[in-house]
Design a protein around this ligand. Structure first.
Ligand SMILES: Nc1ncnc2c1ncn2[C@@H]1O[C@H](COP(=O)(O)OP(=O)(O)OP(=O)(O)O)[C@@H](O)[C@H]1O
Ligand SMILES: [Mg+2]
Length: 255
């Protein structure tokens, strides 16, 4: 029997402040499947629903309607199972400012019941990879924005998750740092067959990294596919044309 999708949503809908004047439909009837080992890019303008979708998939928000499954489990019923195996790099950092870079990793991993010796080994490797070895014993409080993002990337990976959600992993990270982060993600996917879901506003990053993308606009999933498939389908020269066309309604000549 072949394995089902790692992530699946069925008519997933999230309405905030339902019935009130401030009502917002953040997700509207989203049907999505992501397979093991895929690097999936979630695209969409500000407010499209990307972070909301990620938060629902991790059981941090309850959907208004529809269902979501991660690793074959219902996210509303098996939060614990999913949280042990899925990591999140949040858009709005939940970093511990008063711990050092290394302590951030080890403390977080400790919450998952991983032994300290093992955590220190993993932290050595991860801090090396994100190029923070020389600052590992400094308090994160004094780090720049990009350095904090790198600590969060390393922190998300310390539990060696099967699925990693990264909400804008390279926002605010410099060119070299962004390359480092992308290389880490590529390796995780190609060598370790981890499933990666990331959001970004950088379409070059998407072309370089993502096997498939989903474009959200005002809560609706308006397209999914490989970047090259979408370019063909919408007769666009590049992903930016596809994206702009779908989001603004201009310049899309496909269906
Ligand atoms: N807790 C909340 N209460 C009310 N509205 C919310 C809440 N969280 C999100 N929203 C609304 O839901 C919509 C989707 O927000 P979301 O954060 O998912 O967008 P996004 O695609 O991640 O955008 P960005 O690119 O700016 O990060 C927005 O209109 C937002 O204002
Ligand atoms: Mg967001």
């Amino acid at each position: 029997m072949s394995e089902g999708p790692i992530i699946r949503t069925e008519s997933l809908t999230k309405i905030f402040e339902e019935g009130k004047k401030q009502e917002v439909t953040a997700l509207n009837d989203v049907n999505l499947e992501i397979g093991r080992g895929e690097v999936f890019g979630l695209l969409g303008p500000n407010g499209a629903g990307k972070t909301t979708l990620i938060r629902i998939l991790l059981g941090l928000l309850t959907p208004t309607k529809g269902k979501a499954y991660v690793l074959g489990k219902d996210v509303e019923k098996e939060k614990q199972y999913i949280r042990q195996r899925a990591a999140l790099l949040p858009q709005e950092a939940g970093i511990y400012e008063l711990l050092t870079a290394r302590e951030n990793l080890v403390f977080y991993g400790g919450l998952y019941g991983i032994e300290e010796e093992e955590l220190n080994k993993r932290a050595d490797r991860l801090l090396e990879i994100v190029d923070l070895k020389d600052r590992e014993d400094h308090l994160v409080k004094g780090f720049s924005g990009g350095m904090k993002r790198k600590v969060l990337v390393a922190r998300a990976l310390i539990i060696e998750p099967e699925v990693v959600f990264l909400d804008e992993p390279t926002t605010g990270v410099d060119t070299i740092g962004a390359r480092v982060v992308r290389n880490v993600l590529k390796r995780l996917s190609s060598e370790e067959n981890r499933t990666i879901i990331l959001t970004t506003h950088d379409l070059n990053e998407v072309s370089e990294l993502c096997d498939r993308v989903g474009i959200l606009n005002k809560g609706e999933l308006v397209a999914t596919g490989k970047p090259s498939q979408l370019e063909d389908k919408f007769r666009a020269a590049n992903l930016e044309e596809v994206f702009t066309g779908l989001v603004t309604g201009e310049g899309v000549y496909g269906e």
